[in-house]
Design a protein around this ligand. Structure first.
Ligand SMILES: [Zn+2]
Length: 380
């Protein structure tokens, strides 16, 4: 081979490697959002988090409710920063199989019945997954004037193509108690910086934790950092409670999916975050008022580092920060977000730039939280 050919070959090899590995952050977001893990059934997500955390943490622990905790421990005497994001997504559970083989369900988390109509799902049976579709009565049989259908979960059903209850049980392996997850594949939205997928709530928080852990490899922080991938958030912040007791945090940072208000039919009184204007900081939600000192530190740091930051107040929203805040004798806590359109549906949309800015801000915050600073934050 001539030296020119050799050069050409190495260039081609670099391009090929670049194409196959590409953007590792995007790949991680894609893998996490595609994984199925309704509340209480977080196994597939936990496997990804275990694989990602293991090489980046000093140790990985697991609590009694299945939350996975990657620890960067600088000293036994140093204060503990707890960063939490939840592994579970909103979904359902098989309640019963009708005589003719349709499935009725129990919801796991808050979902509008309207969001569940005429969608694809996966029933996660012990034998593997089964495709299901939520049926909707045909327009042909509904008289004009009564097409304003009133939907509730009790009159929605899933069709798995079974001919009877026995067929659903024996051939498809479906049992009462099996989890059901939305069936949506990740997609970059038409070449934009927007990503389409299910379960951004809260897989984006998990991906942000991994990205921050990668950045912390360059320089050790001054406090211990506990990255908690929690379980069962959507049904009452349950994993965050137990992992807070395992960690005993001095500072709590919840990473979440924010509610974006930049689409038709939503008002600024309902939500304030928008896509593309940076991560969000919650000022109020149904479960928590953030600690004033910690909140101010985040605001000052964002301004110093020139990282865009938005605010949100959500009276109909709860998050893991509330459990960190109330553990033991109380912990200064905040909730930081990436804005998401159409939260708790099959198709959420986020802006990759907001995600990257959250990682920047969170990394800066971890380094900023020295023992002296944490001591100050804990004073009233
Ligand atoms: Zn969430």
């Amino acid at each position: 081979m001539s030296s020119f050919n050799r050069l050409l070959m190495s260039l081609l090899l670099i391009v090929a490697v670049g194409v196959s590995y590409g953007d590792t952050t995007k790949n991680l977001l894609e893998e996490l959002t595609n994984a199925h893990g309704p509340s209480g059934f977080e196994g597939p997500v936990r496997e990804i988090m275990q694989r990602e955390m293991a090489p980046l943490a000093d140790r990985v622990e697991i609590d009694g409710l299945g939350s996975l905790i990657g620890v960067i421990e600088v000293s036994k005497d140093a204060p503990n920063i707890m960063i939490a994001a939840h592994m579970d997504e909103v979904g359902m559970m098989v309640k019963r199989i009708t005589d003719d083989g349709y499935l009725k369900y129990q919801v796991l988390g808050g979902m509008l019945p309207q969001a569940l109509i005429n969608q694809r799902f996966r029933v996660l049976t012990k034998k593997g997954y089964v495709t299901a579709v939520s049926g909707l009565k045909s327009i042909h049989v509904i008289p004009r004037g009564s097409r304003d259908l009133k939907l509730d979960h009790n009159n929605i059903f899933l069709d798995v193509g079974a001919s009877s209850r026995e067929d659903a049980q024996k051939r498809l392996g479906i049992q009462a108690g099996d989890p059901i997850a939305p069936d949506t594949e990740f997609e970059v939205l038409n070449g934009s910086s927007l990503y389409l997928g299910k379960a951004w709530d809260d897989r984006l928080g998990l991906a942000a934790m991994i990205e921050v852990m990668k950045r912390l490899q360059n320089k050790r922080p001054k406090a211990n950092v506990y990255f908690a991938a929690t379980t069962q958030e959507e049904i009452g912040l349950r994993g965050a409670r137990t992992s807070s007791y395992l960690i005993n945090p001095d500072v709590g940072i919840s990473l979440e999916a924010g509610v974006a208000s930049d689409h038709p039919g939503i008002t600024k009184d309902e939500a304030q975050e928008v896509l593309g204007k940076g991560p969000g900081l919650f000022l109020f939600d149904a479960s928590m008022i953030p600690n004033e000192n910690l909140k101010q530190s985040v605001i000052n740091l964002a301004s110093k580092k020139k990282i865009p930051l938005q605010f949100n107040l959500q009276p109909g929203y709860g998050e893991d920060g509330a459990e960190m805040q109330k553990a033991f004798t109380g912990t200064p806590s905040v909730n930081m977000t990436v804005p998401v359109r159409y939260l708790h549906t099959h198709y959420g949309v986020i802006d990759r730039n907001d995600f990257d800015h959250l990682v920047d801000l969170l990394t800066a915050l971890v380094y900023d939280l020295t023992p002296v600073k944490i001591k100050k934050i804990k004073q009233f």
